[in-house]
Ligand binder design. Sequence first.
Ligand SMILES: CC(C)(COP(=O)(O)OP(=O)(O)OC[C@H]1O[C@@H](n2cnc3c(N)ncnc32)[C@H](O)[C@@H]1OP(=O)(O)O)[C@@H](O)C(=O)NCCC(=O)NCCS
Length: 157
Amino acid sequence: MLSFIFNKIHFLHYRYFDIKSFYYKKLLLSCGYSFKLWGNCYIKNPNKIIIGNNVSINDNCYLNGLGEIQIGNNVSLSANSMLISTGLNIDTFKIKKEHINKKITIGNNVQVGAGAIILSGVTVNDNVIIGAGSVVIKDIESNCIVVGNPARVLRKI
Ligand SMILES: CC(C)(COP(=O)(O)OP(=O)(O)OC[C@H]1O[C@@H](n2cnc3c(N)ncnc32)[C@H](O)[C@@H]1OP(=O)(O)O)[C@@H](O)C(=O)NCCC(=O)NCCS
C-alpha cells in the first residue's frame, strides 16, 4: 500500500518537471520541441538563451545566459553541469562588479557530461562528448571526445 502511494507521489513529481519545462519554455528566447528539464535546475537570464530540438537539461544544472547561450539539436546537459556566459572583469573585480559577457554556442549532438563546466565565449561544435567534470575554456572542434580541466581532445569519433 505504502509503495503504491509513494509511486503515485513519484509520478506527480515527474508532472511537476513537465510544468517546470513548460514554464521555462515560455521564458526562453526560443525553444524547440521535446524540451526536457529535470530536477532542481536553474536558468538565469533565460530571455538570452536559444534552445533547439530534443534538448534535455538534467538535475542541478545551472545556465547563466547573460552573455547569450545558443544550444543546437539533440543536446543533453548531464546532472550538475553548468553553462556560464559571463564572468567578473579580472582587472576591476576588486573595486566593482563589472561583468564581461561572451556568448556560448553548443552545436548539434552534444553530450555535456555530469559536472562539466562550459565558460563564456566557448563554441562547442557538432558531435562532441564532454567528459564528466571537464572544464571547457576554449572552442571544441567537431567529432571528438574531450576530457579534463582544461578540457582537451581525448580522441576523435
Ligand atoms: C569521456 C568519457 C565518455 C570517456 O569514456 P571512454 O572513452 O570509455 O574513456 P576511458 O574510460 O577509456 O578513458 C580514456 C582516458 O580518458 C581519461 N578520462 C575518461 N573520462 C575522463 C574524465 N571525465 N575526466 C578526465 N579524464 C577522463 C581516463 O582516465 C583515461 O586516461 P588514460 O588513457 O590516461 O588512462 C567518459 O569517461 C565520461 O566522462 N562520460 C560521461 C559520463 C556522464 O557524465 N554520464 C552522465 C550522463 S548519462
